[in-house]
Design a binder for this molecule. Structure first.
Ligand SMILES: [Fe+2]
Length: 243
Protein backbone atom coordinates (compact mmCIF):
# COMPACT_ATOMS: atom_id res chain seq x y z
CA UNK A 1 0.00 0.00 0.00
CA UNK A 2 1.11 3.52 -0.67
CA UNK A 3 1.23 5.74 2.30
CA UNK A 4 -0.01 9.08 0.99
CA UNK A 5 0.67 10.71 4.33
CA UNK A 6 4.32 9.78 4.49
CA UNK A 7 6.43 12.89 4.55
CA UNK A 8 10.18 13.12 4.44
CA UNK A 9 11.29 15.92 6.70
CA UNK A 10 14.45 17.73 5.66
CA UNK A 11 17.10 17.74 8.38
CA UNK A 12 17.27 20.97 10.36
CA UNK A 13 20.62 22.75 10.39
CA UNK A 14 22.18 22.61 13.85
CA UNK A 15 25.57 23.88 14.98
CA UNK A 16 27.79 21.31 16.73
CA UNK A 17 28.13 23.72 19.70
CA UNK A 18 26.00 26.30 21.49
CA UNK A 19 28.67 29.00 22.00
CA UNK A 20 29.86 30.84 18.90
CA UNK A 21 33.44 32.02 19.43
CA UNK A 22 34.20 33.69 16.11
CA UNK A 23 31.87 35.96 14.12
CA UNK A 24 31.56 39.48 12.78
CA UNK A 25 28.03 40.42 13.74
CA UNK A 26 28.55 43.70 15.61
CA UNK A 27 27.21 46.43 13.32
CA UNK A 28 29.35 48.79 11.30
CA UNK A 29 32.84 48.33 12.73
CA UNK A 30 34.53 45.90 10.35
CA UNK A 31 33.77 43.98 7.14
CA UNK A 32 30.95 42.03 8.82
CA UNK A 33 27.37 43.19 9.40
CA UNK A 34 27.23 46.83 8.20
CA UNK A 35 24.32 47.80 10.47
CA UNK A 36 21.78 46.44 12.95
CA UNK A 37 19.34 45.62 10.11
CA UNK A 38 21.87 43.10 8.81
CA UNK A 39 23.08 41.88 12.20
CA UNK A 40 19.68 41.02 13.72
CA UNK A 41 18.51 38.46 11.11
CA UNK A 42 21.90 36.76 11.30
CA UNK A 43 21.66 36.51 15.09
CA UNK A 44 18.12 35.17 14.73
CA UNK A 45 19.35 32.61 12.23
CA UNK A 46 22.19 31.27 14.35
CA UNK A 47 19.86 31.11 17.34
CA UNK A 48 17.46 28.98 15.31
CA UNK A 49 20.40 26.73 14.52
CA UNK A 50 21.13 26.10 18.17
CA UNK A 51 23.44 28.94 19.24
CA UNK A 52 22.64 30.23 22.72
CA UNK A 53 25.69 32.38 23.34
CA UNK A 54 27.62 34.53 20.85
CA UNK A 55 31.02 36.05 21.52
CA UNK A 56 31.35 38.68 18.79
CA UNK A 57 34.91 39.03 17.50
CA UNK A 58 35.29 42.10 15.28
CA UNK A 59 38.61 42.61 13.53
CA UNK A 60 41.31 44.60 15.24
CA UNK A 61 43.80 45.14 12.43
CA UNK A 62 46.37 47.87 12.00
CA UNK A 63 45.40 50.55 9.45
CA UNK A 64 42.24 48.67 8.37
CA UNK A 65 40.07 48.15 11.45
CA UNK A 66 41.71 49.73 14.45
CA UNK A 67 38.84 48.94 16.78
CA UNK A 68 39.12 49.81 20.46
CA UNK A 69 37.08 48.86 23.55
CA UNK A 70 35.18 52.10 22.83
CA UNK A 71 34.22 51.39 19.19
CA UNK A 72 33.36 47.76 19.96
CA UNK A 73 31.41 48.68 23.08
CA UNK A 74 29.43 51.30 21.16
CA UNK A 75 28.52 48.80 18.41
CA UNK A 76 27.46 46.31 21.07
CA UNK A 77 25.21 48.95 22.68
CA UNK A 78 23.65 49.88 19.32
CA UNK A 79 22.76 46.26 18.66
CA UNK A 80 21.59 45.20 22.10
CA UNK A 81 19.30 48.20 22.63
CA UNK A 82 17.26 47.22 19.53
CA UNK A 83 13.90 45.83 20.73
CA UNK A 84 14.27 42.95 18.26
CA UNK A 85 17.48 41.89 19.96
CA UNK A 86 15.61 41.13 23.17
CA UNK A 87 12.99 39.13 21.24
CA UNK A 88 15.63 36.80 19.80
CA UNK A 89 16.74 35.75 23.27
CA UNK A 90 20.40 35.13 22.55
CA UNK A 91 23.27 35.94 24.91
CA UNK A 92 25.76 38.34 23.36
CA UNK A 93 29.17 39.42 24.57
CA UNK A 94 32.24 40.65 22.75
CA UNK A 95 35.96 40.23 22.39
CA UNK A 96 37.92 40.64 19.15
CA UNK A 97 39.89 38.88 16.45
CA UNK A 98 43.36 40.34 16.88
CA UNK A 99 45.68 40.49 13.90
CA UNK A 100 49.23 39.92 15.12
CA UNK A 101 50.80 43.24 14.15
CA UNK A 102 52.38 46.34 15.75
CA UNK A 103 48.96 47.68 16.71
CA UNK A 104 48.30 44.48 18.70
CA UNK A 105 51.71 44.70 20.40
CA UNK A 106 50.90 48.27 21.44
CA UNK A 107 47.50 47.24 22.78
CA UNK A 108 49.14 44.46 24.76
CA UNK A 109 51.65 46.87 26.23
CA UNK A 110 48.89 49.29 27.20
CA UNK A 111 46.72 46.49 28.60
CA UNK A 112 43.86 47.41 26.26
CA UNK A 113 42.90 43.88 25.30
CA UNK A 114 39.30 42.64 25.34
CA UNK A 115 39.74 38.95 26.22
CA UNK A 116 37.14 36.21 25.99
CA UNK A 117 36.05 34.35 29.11
CA UNK A 118 38.99 32.53 30.69
CA UNK A 119 41.38 35.18 29.31
CA UNK A 120 41.34 33.54 25.89
CA UNK A 121 42.40 35.74 22.98
CA UNK A 122 41.55 35.02 19.36
CA UNK A 123 44.61 35.87 17.24
CA UNK A 124 45.15 35.72 13.50
CA UNK A 125 47.98 35.96 11.01
CA UNK A 126 47.90 37.93 7.80
CA UNK A 127 46.96 35.67 4.88
CA UNK A 128 50.15 36.73 3.09
CA UNK A 129 52.71 35.80 5.74
CA UNK A 130 52.84 34.59 9.32
CA UNK A 131 53.68 36.97 12.14
CA UNK A 132 57.47 36.93 12.15
CA UNK A 133 57.83 35.86 15.76
CA UNK A 134 54.67 33.93 16.49
CA UNK A 135 56.14 31.37 18.89
CA UNK A 136 57.65 34.07 21.08
CA UNK A 137 54.43 36.08 20.96
CA UNK A 138 52.45 33.03 22.08
CA UNK A 139 54.87 32.62 24.96
CA UNK A 140 54.59 36.34 25.89
CA UNK A 141 50.79 36.13 25.82
CA UNK A 142 50.88 33.15 28.14
CA UNK A 143 53.26 34.99 30.51
CA UNK A 144 50.72 37.80 30.66
CA UNK A 145 48.06 35.26 31.65
CA UNK A 146 46.32 34.98 28.27
CA UNK A 147 45.36 31.75 26.51
CA UNK A 148 45.83 32.30 22.77
CA UNK A 149 43.54 30.70 20.21
CA UNK A 150 44.73 30.86 16.61
CA UNK A 151 41.83 31.70 14.28
CA UNK A 152 41.40 29.54 11.18
CA UNK A 153 44.90 27.97 11.02
CA UNK A 154 43.69 26.03 7.97
CA UNK A 155 43.37 29.24 5.93
CA UNK A 156 47.05 30.18 6.00
CA UNK A 157 48.40 28.68 2.78
CA UNK A 158 52.01 29.01 4.00
CA UNK A 159 51.11 26.73 6.96
CA UNK A 160 49.00 24.18 5.10
CA UNK A 161 51.84 23.78 2.57
CA UNK A 162 54.13 22.63 5.39
CA UNK A 163 51.96 21.19 8.13
CA UNK A 164 54.57 20.47 10.80
CA UNK A 165 54.08 24.01 12.13
CA UNK A 166 50.58 23.05 13.28
CA UNK A 167 51.78 20.51 15.81
CA UNK A 168 54.57 22.85 16.92
CA UNK A 169 52.22 25.76 17.63
CA UNK A 170 49.72 23.48 19.32
CA UNK A 171 52.49 21.96 21.46
CA UNK A 172 53.43 25.51 22.49
CA UNK A 173 49.97 25.74 24.03
CA UNK A 174 48.25 27.70 21.26
CA UNK A 175 44.75 26.35 20.73
CA UNK A 176 43.15 26.20 17.28
CA UNK A 177 39.78 27.46 16.04
CA UNK A 178 38.82 26.04 12.65
CA UNK A 179 36.11 27.62 10.48
CA UNK A 180 33.02 25.58 9.61
CA UNK A 181 33.09 27.47 6.31
CA UNK A 182 36.51 25.95 5.60
CA UNK A 183 35.19 22.43 6.20
CA UNK A 184 32.23 23.33 4.01
CA UNK A 185 34.59 24.18 1.14
CA UNK A 186 33.50 27.80 1.01
CA UNK A 187 36.96 29.37 0.60
CA UNK A 188 39.06 26.95 -1.45
CA UNK A 189 40.26 23.39 -1.72
CA UNK A 190 43.42 23.86 0.29
CA UNK A 191 41.59 25.37 3.32
CA UNK A 192 39.15 22.52 3.23
CA UNK A 193 41.85 19.86 3.06
CA UNK A 194 43.86 21.50 5.83
CA UNK A 195 40.73 21.76 8.01
CA UNK A 196 39.98 18.06 7.46
CA UNK A 197 43.61 17.24 8.24
CA UNK A 198 43.43 19.21 11.53
CA UNK A 199 40.22 17.36 12.45
CA UNK A 200 41.85 14.01 11.70
CA UNK A 201 44.89 14.92 13.84
CA UNK A 202 42.68 16.02 16.76
CA UNK A 203 44.12 19.52 16.61
CA UNK A 204 40.77 21.33 16.52
CA UNK A 205 39.87 22.87 19.88
CA UNK A 206 37.06 25.12 18.69
CA UNK A 207 34.90 25.37 15.62
CA UNK A 208 33.53 28.74 14.59
CA UNK A 209 31.37 30.18 11.87
CA UNK A 210 33.46 33.34 11.18
CA UNK A 211 30.14 34.59 9.85
CA UNK A 212 30.22 38.02 8.22
CA UNK A 213 27.05 38.13 6.10
CA UNK A 214 23.98 36.34 4.75
CA UNK A 215 26.03 34.61 2.05
CA UNK A 216 27.98 32.85 4.77
CA UNK A 217 24.74 31.94 6.52
CA UNK A 218 23.31 30.45 3.37
CA UNK A 219 26.40 28.35 2.74
CA UNK A 220 26.56 27.23 6.37
CA UNK A 221 22.88 26.26 6.39
CA UNK A 222 23.48 23.87 3.50
CA UNK A 223 26.67 22.48 5.01
CA UNK A 224 25.09 21.82 8.44
CA UNK A 225 22.61 19.43 6.82
CA UNK A 226 25.17 17.67 4.62
CA UNK A 227 26.71 14.21 4.96
CA UNK A 228 30.15 15.85 4.99
CA UNK A 229 29.22 17.73 8.15
CA UNK A 230 28.15 14.54 9.91
CA UNK A 231 31.43 12.93 8.87
CA UNK A 232 33.54 15.90 9.98
CA UNK A 233 32.12 16.24 13.48
CA UNK A 234 31.92 12.55 14.30
CA UNK A 235 33.77 12.09 17.58
CA UNK A 236 35.14 15.65 17.63
CA UNK A 237 35.82 17.11 21.09
CA UNK A 238 35.13 20.83 21.11
CA UNK A 239 35.78 23.38 23.86
CA UNK A 240 33.32 26.00 22.57
CA UNK A 241 30.81 25.43 25.31
CA UNK A 242 33.39 25.85 28.06
CA UNK A 243 33.62 29.57 27.18
FE1 LIG B 1 37.11 36.46 11.47
Amino acid sequence: MFNFFHKTTAPKPLFPYTTEVHCHLLPGIDDGAPDTEHALPLLRQVHEWGIEKVIATPHVTEATFENTPQTVGDAYERLTREPEFGEIGIQLSYSAEYRMDDNFLNLLQRNEIMPMPGNHILIENSFLQPFWNIKELIFDLQLKGYAPILAHPERYAYYSADKKIYQELHDHGCEFQVNLLSLAGYYNKSSREAAEWLVAKHLVDYLGSDMHNSNHALYLGKYLTSKDFVKHIKGIQLKNDTL
